[in-house]
Design a protein around this ligand. Structure first.
Ligand code: GLA
Length: 386
């Protein structure tokens, strides 16, 4: 199974008999600001050094030919016959559909893609596939779409084909990431700043629960609906409020009796998380990683008790992290219900600590957790292969 850029390129040449252009789209982590991208909040993601490679070239026909190296499956459809399917095909077809609907230049193309991002681990493999393909099509057909608009196009593709009503964070981070930096993204205006994450003596380590969570499974969209319901109630009481950003946790508490219990908890989490992310940005700017890490633990608490998107496996990993003073912050990352926890850990002795955590995890759940140390990397782009 090819999982290197040269293997992807070679597979393309063997399958299609001509030369492709090569692209890379990274997955993302998110340090803090969870489930607030679709609630007009701030998020702090970064692109990572794991992702998806694409080999793509026009084929002078009206057909789309795509081979998924990781799945060992092949898709062939005419541009006039793009409709929803199931599985990985939707990430490809959703993007093609957006090009057609927006009248961006597109004609038939051949593509091979594959990567090294674990699927279902909360690292946005789906956004990486969408961004990689959209960036490649924009390049080979000279469509002239800006990077931010490619991210928005991919978000629309995700809404309409796989059907997950996701926010903009994943696509934005995959497109706009910068080496060594995190993005502080204002999801209301899409304005952002890059902040160096000068981890220095610390590493960012992800521990994959290996519990498969499916955002399309409905819980994610349910949270979105609950948040919308909460905001409607808030607006009745405070007509000047436009978004959650105009509300404090204290004001939500004062309205407690007006919400159903679950909606109250969601609103409280959202307003707290927006506040926490702003505070975290302040700590990062002062290079106070210790205080930053404390807020990550608080986020996990909120994801668990208020937003109710964690699970026994990730709660356990975070509890284990708290036992080690060397781990200054940890929490479940991404949409939820499993996937990875993100841990900021002192480099010295990190290996021993992480292996003692994964050992306890295996003993408790009978499942092996995988560990990835990640580096913060550049966003989606064309790559040169020698
Ligand atoms: C998923 C979604 C994002 C975001 C996170 C939670 O990754 O795709 O838009 O909402 O969950 O923060």
């Amino acid at each position: 199974m090819p999982s290197s850029p040269s293997a992807i390129k070679k597979k393309f040449e063997t399958l299609f008999g001509h030369m492709p252009q090569m692209f890379f789209a990274p997955g993302r982590i998110n340090l803090i600001g969870e489930h607030v991208d679709y609630n007009n909040g701030f998020v702090m993601p970064a692109a990572i050094d794991k992702g998806v490679w694409f080999a793509v070239a026009p084929n002078a026909t009206d057909k789309v030919h795509v081979y998924s190296a990781d799945m060992d499956e092949y898709l062939q459809v005419p541009l006039s016959g793009i409709k929803k399917m199931s599985g990985w095909e939707n990430y490809i077809l959703g993007v093609v559909d957006q090009f057609i609907k927006n009248n961006y230049p597109i004609s038939g193309f051949d593509a091979v893609f594959g990567g090294n991002l674990p699927v279902g681990a909360g690292l946005s493999s789906s956004a990486a596939v969408e961004c990689g393909l959209a960036f490649a099509l924009n390049t080979i057909f000279k469509s002239g779409i800006s990077k931010v608009n490619i991210a928005l196009l991919c978000q629309e593709a995700e809404h309409s084909f796989p059907g997950v009503q996701c926010g903009i964070m994943d696509m934005f981070a995959s497109m706009m990431g910068e080496k060594g930096k995190v993005l502080l993204l204002d999801c209301d205006t899409l304005g952002y700043e890059t902040l160096p994450f000068a981890a220095g003596s610390h590493s960012i380590v992800l521990i994959n629960t290996n519990v498969h969570h499916s955002l399309a499974g409905g819980e994610y969209n349910k949270r979105r609906n609950e948040a919308e319901e909460g905001l409607r109630i808030i607006k009745q009481k405070y007509p000047s409020v436009k978004t959650f950003r105009d509300m404090s946790p204290q004001q939500v508490k004062e309205l407690k009796n007006h919400f159903k219990e679950n909606v109250y908890k969601r609103c409280l989490f959202i307003t707290e998380e927006i506040q926490r992310t702003k505070q975290a940005a302040g700590f990062l700017k002062k290079n106070n990683l210790q205080a930053f890490g404390e807020l990550m633990f608080e986020t996990h608490e909120g994801l668990c008790k208020l937003y109710e998107v964690s699970c026994g496996e990730s709660d356990f990993l975070v509890e284990q992290a708290k036992l080690h003073i060397e781990i200054i912050g940890a929490r479940q990352m991404g949409g939820g219900f499993g996937g990875c926890t993100i841990n900021i850990i002192q480099k010295e002795n990190a290996e021993n600590i992480i292996s003692s955590i994964t050992k306890s995890y295996k003993e408790k759940f009978g499942v092996a957790a995988e560990v990835y140390e990640v580096a913060l990397s550049s966003g989606t782009g064309e790559i040169a292969l020698h």
